[in-house]
Design a protein around this ligand. Structure first.
Ligand code: GRF
Length: 215
């Protein structure tokens, strides 16, 4: 489906913390770079998330919703509440932007092939946590980030877009993370734009991701 000015793609963004990717999406919309997209709701599993303050500053609807007793997953009653909220807000694409929980099958099936995540490595390499530390220890020459569809395999869904950065000799996890984050802020809005343009369909999307051109 192709969206337009009067019928915008409604996205729901799930966050847990800093919210810099969310901020990149908001700024892209505000500047007119990202077109025909509306943030219908931002949900945080953390009441202290900076992401919630960003929403308030930009008048974006947001809510903290308790995500249940398990720190690393969204399951049970909380999962139902998240699904209900996203549906009530008419969300058509769910964007996990630094949401530090694994979503489970009920959530995945409710928004089938309409959930994307941004991960700070060149998947399929380095899924999971502490990616930068592991990349440096393995003496990789390059790393990057990936926007991918979310399925039952953590960081394992079909990849949509990637961007590469070099790993430098003196890199620490922090310096590498910062270099990659700049690229995350480019590729996540780009992929959302492609959804709004009706350019991404799970079934016909190739198995190889689009690579952001290096500048
Ligand atoms: C990013 O590095 C993203 O790739 C990972 O979590 C981090 C979130 O950062 N999934 P922010 O909250 O968007 O600033």
């Amino acid at each position: 489906m192709k969206y337009n000015e009067t019928n915008k793609l409604k996205i729901g963004v799930l966050v847990s913390g800093r919210g810099s990717n969310l901020e990149a999406i908001i700024k892209a919309i505000e500047s007119g770079k990202l077109k025909n997209v509306e943030i219908a709701i931002v949900i945080s599993d953390n009441p202290e998330a900076r992401a919630l303050n960003i929403c308030k500053e930009h008048n974006i609807p947001c809510e903290y919703i308790f995500a249940g007793p398990y720190k690393t997953k969204l399951e049970g009653e909380a999962e139902d509440i998240y699904i209900k909220k996203l549906k009530e807000c008419g969300v058509e694409l769910v964007v996990l932007a630094g949401f530090m929980r694994v979503v489970k099958s009920k959530f995945i099936n409710t928004f089938k092939n309409r959930i994307i995540n941004i991960h700070p490595s060149l998947l399929p390499k380095y899924p999971g946590l502490n990616t930068h530390q592991r990349v440096i220890e393995a003496k990789e020459k390059e790393s990057g980030c990936t926007v991918h569809f979310v399925n039952e395999v953590v960081d394992g869904g079909k990849r949509i877009m990637q961007a590469k950065v070099p790993v430098l000799e003196n890199d620490t996890p922090e310096t590498l993370a910062a270099r990659i984050l700049e690229k995350e802020h480019i590729i996540l809005p780009k992929v959302i734009q492609m959804f709004a343009n009706g350019e991404i369909d799970y079934d016909t999307f190739p198995n190889e991701p689009i690579m952001l051109e290096e500048k």
